[in-house]
Design a protein around this ligand. Structure first.
Ligand code: AMP
Length: 453
């Protein structure tokens, strides 16, 4: 299969040749013709599998074929994403792929995101745009300022669509959707579509072409997954030791809170490893700087919240560490998907403690994984891992807290096995069970199980 056989024209083929892309990836082969035909697409494909080009290339192709845009504050294609960095990244791709278009065919592409002054964006939107890549909140601000109208949007893309459907974005997304023409092409892309968002997705699409490459073994990214048992207070020192031992040159570390990004980064710096924090409450300048420093190897370790977990493409990132576990199985997929991209291999390490073991087991189960636990000499946990207790029904605040249950169960604690060093294998083939939950799920809603299978 070649890009030319997918129906792309000369300027785009030249841009692909500039990048030395030998052939389209499976998601590109499946999606590009469907988007070119004007169909709706619902695509789930692995992290790092080339999704961006799968919608950017045919959108450019169609816009160029449709001729220049009319006058006014109109937009022809709208790409919605959950983070500012992802918006900038996609706009960069659009720019690169369009670099051989003639001057008359050149497309006006704008990034519309929060965290920076709104005025330049208002000015830039004068005369409309061919493509806007936006986060929903700032887009709505600009609509309120009458800076842009969505009434002519012919193609809508929701990238990392399940994230946009989730709490925190749902209201803003609904407001944007209400402003779009009913007759339009809609494209949904993500590596994960938890059961909780399936109906929302279905309601948005008309006879979509369904592309499901996320669960095929061939499409799986080449990521070795490891789970290391360690007591929480030992994690920073263990992280430092692993970095030094394996000589990891570039490491993305996920933590649960903004405070932890700063705290762990500081501690690592004190231990002699250059590290920077990255989270949603930094100024946009600080965020951009931290990511740029990391990509340019000016800092070795980036300590981030989940704001870095979606879509961000960092070349040659060999290692991702879950210092704190992600909240949902989908977040786990996206976090580890920052490594092992575009055919490269990667390693994903998760730190598991007595308190988080049950949660990690749920992540494994929902993602159909089984990852043998390891212990590292000198960091063997002192706290014992206990079987997860039964839920009292899951009504928040009504039952015993997880900590209380763990304390109660402490008398039943199992013994830890000898050191193991082994890697993840899929527990079963095929897609994850349809009961997969969305962004949040209770830690304790599972029956007691033996310590190990
Ligand atoms: P994405 O999933 O869109 O973030 O892409 C993941 C990585 O794959 C990026 O670094 C892209 O530049 C790269 N990529 C996209 N399409 C191809 C292709 N056809 N051949 C090789 N690499 C690609």
């Amino acid at each position: 299969m070649s890009f030319s056989s997918l129906g792309l024209s000369e300027p785009l083929l030249r841009a692909l040749a500039d990048r030395d892309y030998a052939e389209p990836t499976p998601i590109q082969t499946a999606a590009i013709p469907a988007v070119l035909r004007g169909e709706d697409v619902w695509a789930s494909a692995q992290t790092g599998s080339g999704k961006t080009a799968a919608f950017v290339l045919p959108i450019i192709e169609r816009l160029v074929a449709d001729g220049p845009r009319g006058r006014g504050r109109f937009v022809r294609a709208l790409i919605l994403v959950p983070t500012r960095e992802l918006a900038a990244q996609i706009a960069g791709e659009i720019h690169d792929y369009g670099c051989h278009l003639s001057q008359e065919a050149a497309l006006k592409t704008l990034v519309v995101v929060g965290g920076v002054s709104i005025n330049p964006q208002m000015m830039a939107l004068g005369g409309g745009a061919d493509i806007i890549v936006a986060t929903p909140g700032r887009l709505l601000d600009l609509i309120e300022h009458n800076a842009v109208s969505l009434s002519s949007v012919a193609t809508l893309v929701l990238d990392e669509a399940d994230r946009l459907f989730a709490l925190g974005f749902a209201d803003e997304l609904a407001r944007v959707l209400a402003l779009l023409p009913a007759r339009r092409q809609t494209l949904l892309f993500s590596a994960t579509f938890p059961a909780a968002v399936q109906t929302l997705a279905e309601n948005l699409l008309r006879n979509p072409v369904r592309i499901a490459l996320a669960s095929t073994p061939e499409g799986k990214p080449d990521i070795i997954q490891r789970a290391i048992e360690v007591d929480a207070p030992q994690r920073t020192q263990l992280l430092r030791n692993l970095i030094v031992l394996h000589d990891w040159k570039r490491v993305l570390v996920f933590v649960a809170t903004k405070y932890a990004t700063e705290h762990v980064a500081e501690k690592l710096c004190r231990l002699g490893i250059e590290a920077a924090a990255f989270h949603g409450e930094q100024s946009q300048g600080a965020r951009t700087q931290a990511l740029a420093d990391f990509k340019a190897s000016r800092v070795r370790v980036l300590i981030a919240t989940d704001v870095a977990s979606r879509g961000i493409d960092i070349a040659q990132l060999p290692v991702v560490v879950n210092y704190d576990l992600p909240r949902s199985p989908a977040d786990y997929t996206h976090r580890i998907g920052r490594t092992g991209r575009a055919g490269e291999s990667g390693v994903a390490v998760s730190f598991v403690s007595a308190e988080t073991d049950a949660h990690f087991r749920l992540i494994e189960k929902r993602n159909r994984l089984h990852i043998e636990r390891e212990q590292i000499a000198g960091f063997e946990p002192l706290e014992t891992i206990v079987p997860a207790p039964l839920s009292t029904g899951g009504v928040k605040g009504k039952g015993k807290s997880k900590k209380d249950k763990l304390r109660e169960a402490a008398g039943l604690s199992a013994t830890l096995p000898a050191n193991t060093t082994s890697f993840a294998r899929p527990a079963a083939s095929g897609p994850a069970p349809s009961s997969e939950s969305g962004e949040l799920f209770p830690f304790s809603r599972r029956p007691p199980q033996p310590r190990r299978s």
